[in-house]
Design a protein around this ligand. Structure first.
Ligand code: CA
Ligand code: CA
Length: 620
């Protein structure tokens, strides 16, 4: 009961008139014929009613019951009047016959309204009458518009059995135009027109659609070509699409419409990856084109004196390839000559520069009689190999001479250790062990077992500088003390594991051997694992590259949005990761990344990974 009053308040006060006029049109018309229209009139206690019907232009009423009272020619409107001293409250009908001129095509609209004692009201019911004498206008799907990529356009016609003909050159289709039989591939901006024909019916109206297909900016190109360099270069970017704006990054991120605009050659003097993308208004942007310029040996200073070296060059007895780089070093470790390999298996003439005697404070290169050493950078691995000299000439520097020195590169892992604790790993494919049999623990795939008399043999490069080595595996913590080897519990050194090495002074750990396959995997156990690193690049999620030391030859730094990407092989299975470098201990918690302090993973380091489930692990 309490609801009734509020509802009544919302009823319109003036709603006494509920008169209505409803139009009933046939389904369709045929040009040159007539048809009948019926109006159902329901007066509601009114004394007058005026009905107006507006017909399509050119159409006329030839008969009506009751007859209409007037015709307003400029709007083609017919009018009926009905008034009485008694109230009109009995429903009645108005019917009229419409004549359609021959040649009429297309769907047509009727409109009308009526006026009674209370006001003016729109006639309800049918308003549209379909052209049954003319083939339906073809329809395009997808509809005309602007698209980024080519579209496959289907043309349909609602009139069964009609033949669709179309053009793509802007002309109106006629009976000699191409017949549509299968969807059309529109891969360039096109005006598509179609009409449909059927015997015994009027030809359809033409359908017209403009398909704008955006063109794509041409991929930018680089000059000079990406490769290995040892002197500063100016990299030019160009694009075959005139007016395109090239935007680029050098921090590994994807170029966007807010990246730096290329306007002048980019000067590069250290290993740099340029990513560039072309943009132009009204066009799709180009693909992102990536080029890395490597400076594997830094910069060489050219001086006025040099010795040319040349010869064969191999790595592990396999020919060097175009794109690889040979480098020469004087006894002070100054890189004083490089040669980008252009012919498989050969290098030279490679000028190896002498020291500039006029700059006494700086050492630019060799002095007469110096023995030159060599390294080879292998492009396909982005890895530096030390090289043996194989004659026939001695690798002696003497101004103005040509030296024939064949080279063979071999793999040596060199990693700088600081005084104090270091958490390290090495990606050499050997598990060195001094026990009677190889260790029965999870091992990185593809590793060879190498028996040694003592682990100290493996660590000769830091002999006298290290105090203790600690390892950790599924059997717990292990220790190797070089002064008390008989009490040591650590009996192997393996590439899938990390090791703590305590140094009493800085040193360089060197190991030779075949590198670990970067796709190798190891099984991690539930709980803590002390894991090595065997990817050959650094991944970081900070705004700039980590500034700690990495092993010689590591020159690729890849920025990721989160370092969790680096651990994707064990996503969901680890709870925390810890690292350690010269700046201290670092932690990454995947659930609290914002509080993490570990922002990179890189070669030479070891990592603690705590697992809540055993899983096979690999680096990216
Ligand atoms: Ca000098
Ligand atoms: Ca020197």
């Amino acid at each position: 009961m309490p609801l009734v009053l509020p509802l009544l308040l919302f009823l319109p006060i003036s709603a006494f008139s509920a008169s209505s006029v409803t139009r009933d049109l046939p389904e369709g018309y045929v040009a040159g014929t007539t048809f009948q229209v019926k109006l159902t009139v329901i007066p509601d206690h009114v004394y007058s009613l005026v009905i107006r019907e507006t017909l399509p232009e050119g159409w006329s009423i030839t008969a009506a019951t009751p007859n209409y009272d007037s015709w307003i020619s400029d709007t083609n409107t017919y009018k009926w009047l009905n008034y009485s001293q008694n109230r009109l409250d009995v429903p009645y009908y108005v019917t009229y016959t419409v004549s359609v001129p021959s040649g009429t095509v297309g769907n047509k609209t009727f409109s009308g309204y009526f006026v009674d004692d209370y006001g003016t009201f729109t006639t309800t019911g049918d308003t549209l009458i379909v052209d049954n004498s003319t083939v339906s206008t073809p329809q395009f799907s997808p509809p005309p518009g602007t698209y980024n990529v080519a579209q496959t356009v289907t043309i349909t016609c609602a009139t069964a059995g009609a033949t669709i003909r179309y053009t793509t050159d802007g002309t109106n289709p006629d009976e000699s135009s191409l017949v549509y039989t299968a969807p059309l591939v529109i891969n360039t901006t096109t005006t598509l027109k179609a009409r449909a024909w059927k015997t015994g019916m009027n030809t359809s109206l033409p359908a017209t659609g403009l398909y704008t297909i955006l063109e794509t900016v041409a991929n930018p190109s680089f000059s000079p070509a990406p490769g290995a360099y040892s002197s500063s270069i100016n990299v030019s970017l160009s694009c075959a699409t005139s007016g395109a704006i090239l935007r680029y990054t050098t921090d590994g991120t994807e170029p966007t419409e807010s990246s730096l605009v290329y306007s002048a050659p980019i000067t590069i003097s250290s290993t740099t990856t340029i990513k560039v993308k072309g943009f132009k208004e009204g066009m799709n942007p180009s693909s992102t084109v990536v080029a890395t310029y490597f400076f594997p040996f830094g910069l060489v200073t050219l001086t006025n004196t040099w010795t040319n070296f040349y010869g064969d060059a191999t790595i592990n007895s396999i020919n060097v390839e175009p794109g690889d780089m040979i480098a020469a070093f004087d006894p002070q470790g100054v890189c004083c000559g490089t040669f980008p390999v252009t012919t498989s298996g050969n290098y030279g003439f490679m000028p190896v520069y002498g020291d500039d005697t006029t700059t006494s404070g700086s050492d630019e290169g060799a002095q007469p009689g110096d023995t030159i050493t060599f390294k080879i950078w292998k492009a396909s691995e982005n890895r530096i190999y030390l090289a043996s000299t194989l004659g026939p000439d001695t690798p002696t520097w003497q101004e103005g001479l040509n030296r024939h020195v064949n080279l063979n590169g071999f793999n040596r892992w060199r990693i700088s250790l600081s005084a104090g604790w270091n958490l390290i790993s090495f990606p050499i494919k050997n598990c060195y062990y001094d026990s009677a049999s190889p260790p029965a623990i999870p091992m990185l795939t593809g590793v060879n077992y190498v028996k040694v008399n003592s682990l100290s043999e493996v660590l000769t490069s830091i002999a006298g500088k290290y105090i203790v080595v600690r390892g950790f595996d599924v059997n717990g913590a292990k220790t190797f003390d070089p002064l008390l080897p008989q009490f040591s519990t650590l009996h192997y050194l393996a590439p899938g594991y990390g090791y703590w090495i305590k140094m009493n002074e800085p040193g360089t750990l060197e190991l030779e051997g075949e590198p670990v396959d970067t796709n190798a995997t190891i099984t991690l156990n539930v709980g803590w694992n002390l894991v090595g690193y065997w990817a050959n690049q650094v991944y970081y999620d900070s705004s700039s590259q980590p500034s700690v030391s990495f092993p010689e030859g590591v020159s690729i730094f890849t920025r990721v949005s989160s370092i969790s990407e680096v651990l994707s092989s064990i996503n969901g299975y680890y709870t925390v990761v810890r690292g350690f470098d010269v700046t201290g201990a670092k932690t990454f918690d995947p659930l609290l990344p914002q509080f993490s302090t570990l922002h990179y993973f890189g070669p030479g380091y070891g990592y603690w990974i705590k697992m809540n489930q055993s899983a096979s692990f690999r680096w990216p």
